[in-house]
Design a protein. Structure first.
Length: 288
């Protein structure tokens, strides 16, 4: 009987020993996890592309689709966010060009693996015409209709709340402003700026704005909004030819929230009458 109680005592001591060590291991793992979580992640660079795609037709080869080359370009350079202008959706014009009514953004998402959104600006040729967004991860896609007090074509801006691998979020918008009337462009620009400044996350907006850097429209943009080309000192034309065209396609960012890493106009890509415009931004860390 004495041996039995001795064994029982030894067993109890061993169980106590095991429990103490389990608690120590649990504490150790919790400490390691808290240490890892406390290490700040490096800021992720955000690759951005904006491109007026001429409704899916090559400017240098009329009646030739530019979809295959565009899809390949996006797969190769892998931007986080892409803004496209002059996008057709199920129009008669796209049927003439592609052999069937063609939903450009839906087909791009299937081909590239991006998430896509089409922002309708107006009805056109039994379909729709407007802006396209492609993002790796996003939510809250929506369309902001823009004013046109002088008349002319309706205009809109497509928006998305994009998310990075670091779980940081920002808004990204793409637009194509009026090509006819300065009064429209000013009203549209004011609407965009007011909306972007009201958002609960930092914003980046891009597009074919149909004004040049010496215009009243460009000059009225507030100081905290920076234009990537000007900040990089790269004033290459984005439309027409490098020699005789114009610089009207832009990437704008809130300088309080982002810093510019890289900018370039991809003048070797000739799938449209515009060139793709590329930038890399880095989100600034919040001050402690």
């Amino acid at each position: 009987m004495e041996n039995f109680f001795l064994c029982l005592s030894n067993l109890a001591a061993r169980v106590k020993y095991i429990l103490i060590h389990l608690r120590m291991k649990q504490f150790f793992f919790v400490w390691i996890a808290s240490l890892v979580l406390s290490i700040p992640l490096p800021a992720q660079e955000i690759k951005i592309l904006t491109y007026n795609i001429l409704h899916g037709e090559r400017a240098d080869k009329p009646s030739t689709p530019n979809f295959p080359e565009l899809a390949n370009l996006l797969i190769q350079i892998q931007p986080e966010v892409i803004g496209l202008q002059e996008v057709d959706s199920m129009t008669g014009r796209s049927a003439t060009l592609y052999g069937e009514r063609f939903d450009f953004i839906r087909n791009l998402t299937r081909e590239t693996g991006y998430k896509g959104y089409f922002g309708r600006a107006m009805e056109y040729d039994s379909g729709a015409y407007g802006e396209g967004l492609l993002v790796k991860k996003g939510a809250k896609y929506h369309t902001l209709n823009l004013p046109n007090p002088a008349g002319g074509e309706p205009r809109a801006m497509a928006w998305v709340r994009a998310e990075l691998k670091t779980l940081e979020e920002f808004y990204f918008g793409s637009t194509h402003l009026c090509h006819e009337f300065e009064a429209n462009r000013i009203a549209q620009l004011d609407s965009i700026l007011s909306y972007a400044d009201s958002l609960d996350r930092p914003a980046i907006w891009v597009g074919d704005l149909n004004f040049t850097p010496d215009s009243p429209e460009y000059q009225r943009i507030p100081e905290h909004w920076k234009e990537a080309g000007a900040m990089a000192g790269d004033l290459q034309n984005t439309y027409g030819t490098p020699e005789t065209g114009a610089r009207i396609d832009y990437i704008w960012y809130d300088s309080r929230k982002f810093e510019l890493v890289e900018y370039k106009v991809l003048t070797h890509i000739k799938l449209s009458d515009h060139y793709p415009v590329w930038a890399v931004l880095r989100m600034k860390k919040e001050e402690e």
